[in-house]
Write a protein that binds this ligand. Sequence first.
Ligand code: SAH
Length: 221
Amino acid sequence: MQRVDLQGIGMTSQRTRDRLAERLRAQGIENLSVLEVIRSTPRHLFVDEALSHRAYEDTALPVGFNQTISQPYVVALMTEVLVNSGAMGRVLEVGSGCGYQTTVLAQLAGQVYSVERIKGLLDKARQRIKQLKLNNVLFKYGDGTDGWAEHGPYDGIIVTAAPRDIPEALLEQLVDGGRMVIPVGDRSSQDLVLVTRRQDSFEKQVIQSVQFVPFISGSLR
Ligand code: SAH
């Protein structure tokens, strides 16, 4: 397990981060390692400077390219569901975006693989992971519909954009007993689903309703 390197970033927002973690705990996040990672992850580095004063509010914020940084509660919830349900050796994330969820995962997983279809976001995410001195993350520019077979199968998969149906390749890239946390639905209504692989069958459990940006298959930009 790794921790972000806060040296040179300044600890000025520690109190606001503590408050955010406290709020997530009050909302039902119980896993102490997850709360500790939220406390130590400088979310202000993942948004534009003009929005950094809002970085520790529990809301999604724009990060450009029509995308958002996920709401901290949802990041904590998805991470907690994955951590509480099994092994965290190899984890695949589809939709790196600004890299905040990636950073949280990197502190709880052995190795993180993250795929993003927008080059401009991917480059920034990569830069931040480097700045935070996390060296257990590999990024790929591509369409996550196909997962990342080369490094699979995975103990866990987190998808941070909502497809209408779960991509087949992602199911195939789970180990036996592996779990995937994924929002499924259209723009107006989505469920966060925990999928657990039991050999060749997939058990599904709805966690709660959520709102994510759409999962887009096909040509890249
Ligand atoms: N994980 C981010 C939130 C990402 S927003 C955070 O921590 O804040 C969702 C991201 O998924 C966007 O960056 C979008 O470009 C990406 N995305 C959507 N469809 C995708 C696909 N098919 N393959 C890879 N990335 C995809």
